[in-house]
Design a protein around this ligand. Sequence first.
Ligand code: AMP
Ligand code: GLY
Length: 423
Amino acid sequence: MNILILGSGGREHTFAWKIAQSPLCKSLYVAPGNSGTAKIATNVNISVTDFEALKSLVLDKAIDMVVVGPEDPLVQGVHDFFLNHNQLKDVVVIGPEKAAAQLEGSKEFAKEFMYRHDIPTAAYKSFNASNVEEGYAFLETLNPPYVLKADGLAAGKGVLILNDLHEAKTELKHMLVDAKFGKASAKVVIEEFLDGIELSCFVLTDGKNYKILPTAKDYKRIGEGDTGLNTGGMGAVSPVPFATPEFLSKIEERIVKPTISGLQKDSLPYKGFVFIGLIKVGDDPKVIEYNVRMGDPETEVVLPRLKNDLVEIFIAIANQTLDKISIVIDDRTATTVMLVSGGYPETYDKEKTINGVESISDSLVFHAGAKIKNNQVVTSGGRVMAITSFGHNHNEALKKSYQNIEKLHFDKMYYRKDIGFDL
Ligand code: AMP
Ligand code: GLY
C-alpha cells in the first residue's frame, strides 16, 4: 500500500517508524514531516489543512491510506472531504469524520455527549456573551479552583484554572466578551474542579468494535514538580503503574463501552484513535476530555510497545473487522523525555544545530520540531526531540533516556529531569 501520514511532530515520526516496519507498506509519505520522517519516508511540503493540495498528492502518488496525526484537519472535515470526492472515496482515512471530531472540536459537545451516555465527568454549565452574568452567578456557587474552558480548539491553551473568584469572573469576561481565544472562546464551559492524578487511555475503534491500547501518563508543565506553564507535553510513561487491572476494568466498563456505543447511538462515524484524558478521583476514573487522535508525546511510548503490524490494524478498522485482531503489547515499560528549545512554551530561537543524534543506539530518537538544513539536523520548533527507552520499570527506562540525552546537544536545550517523579 502507499500510505500518507499527516503531521510533523514526534507523534508522526513514531507513526512513520512503526508503519515503515510493515510489509504491507510499499511507499510512505509524510506531509509535511520533519527531519526524522525524512530518513524513512518521503516528506511533501503540504499543510495538513490544505485539502486541495492533499487531493492532488493522493491522486498523483496513488495513495491508498491516509493516517491523520493532529486534530485540526479532522475537526475541519478531512475525512468527509475524501468521502465526498469520487476519486478519493475509496482511500482509507484513519481518523473520525467531522461530526464525531466535535468530541475534541467543542468542549460543550463533548460534555453533552458524556451526560447523554452517562459517562462520568465533572459537572458543568456553558455560557456565551449573551448570558455572561449567569456565568458569574454560576461561578459564585462553586468552590475554588475554578475551571474555565474555551469551547473550541485553542492550541492547547484554552483551559484556565484559577483560585480567585474575582479573577475567574474577569477571565470569563475576557474569553466571552473580549474574544481572548478568538472564536474558540465564543462559548465557555465552566466545570467543577476534579482533584486527582491524571492518565490517558487510548482506544482504537472501527465504529463498531474497539481495542484498548496501553495507558500512558504525560507531563504537561514546563517545570520540574509539575510547575510553570503548560506545554504540549514534556515526557511520558507507559504503562501507568497505578492503573491496576481493577481500575482498568472500571475505565472499560464505565467509559470506553459507553463511549463507543454512544458514537453508534448518535450516528457519529468514527474510524480511528480515541484519546480519553482521565483523572483518578479516589478510586474512580472520570473523563477530563476527549481527543480524536493520538497524544504527543504519548504516541512515543504507546506505539513502541505495540507488537502488531499497525497497517494490518488500520485495514481492519477500514473493513470494520477490528474484532478479528488480537492486540499484543510488550510488557516492558516505555518512557520518553522531550528535549525542548530554551524559552518554550514562550518565545525561543530556531535553527540551532543538533549534535549527537547518530551516537544513540539503545534509545529511539523521535524527531519533532527538527528539520534538515544544509545537510544538518537543526531545531525548527519548541518541542524538538523525544528520547524513548524501554526498561523493566519506569526508573530503569528513564535512566537510559537520561544517559543518552547526555550525548545530545543544541544551544539552549532544556528538558525535565523528573519525568515519572510522581509514580
Ligand atoms: P484539557 O485541555 O481539557 O486537557 O485541560 C488541560 C488540563 O487542565 C488537563 O490536563 C487538566 O490538568 C486540567 N483540567 C481540565 N479540566 C479539569 C477539571 N475539571 N478539574 C481539574 N483539572 C482539570
Ligand atoms: N500530550 C497531550 C496531547 O497530545 O494532547
